[in-house]
Design a protein around this ligand. Sequence first.
Ligand code: SF4
Ligand code: SF4
Length: 174
Amino acid sequence: MAKFVCSLCGKCCGSLGSYIVIERGMGARNFYCRNGITGELFPAYIQPEYADEFEKRSAEEAAGTSGSPVTACAFLVRNPGAGGYGCAIHPTRPRLCREFRCYHMNIYDTMGGLRGRVIGQNAIRTPDASLETFWNEHIAPLPCSNRPGSRDPDWTRKVLALLASRGYRGDPVE
Ligand code: SF4
Ligand code: SF4
């Protein structure tokens, strides 16, 4: 099983993040929040390493100069160290964010080259036209109950077997 690797692109938090609602501030770095999708209530703490970026973004939001999409989470900030974006409340982020994976299976060819990734419930992202056609004709129609944080083991078993029949190796991510 492969380990999920986040490239810190920020796309997920930039589009789904408006579901994270700040209900109440308790000082500059402590908040009480709600996940608008699940209703989960959770306390959130700004991490010291993100404090400056969070304050900067909050000031820009207040002045209307942030340039952030309206759908971006209030806790999405530039990553001061590694580049890209980070979650200012990473250790206290809600369960939905902890379980989110923007891909949930890698697909390799016989030489071990990465040929594609399974995204969403049962879609594929690949530059390999023949793999894409095979996926759309034989795998996409399979019954599937994949959900964020919960993968359908029966579907996974069938997909791995179908991929193997074409010389590909599927590797689900943790
Ligand atoms: S989890 Fe989000 S930030 Fe990480 S690579 Fe996927 S879309 Fe980008
Ligand atoms: S709480 Fe963190 S991980 Fe969740 S959407 Fe906001 S920035 Fe992303």
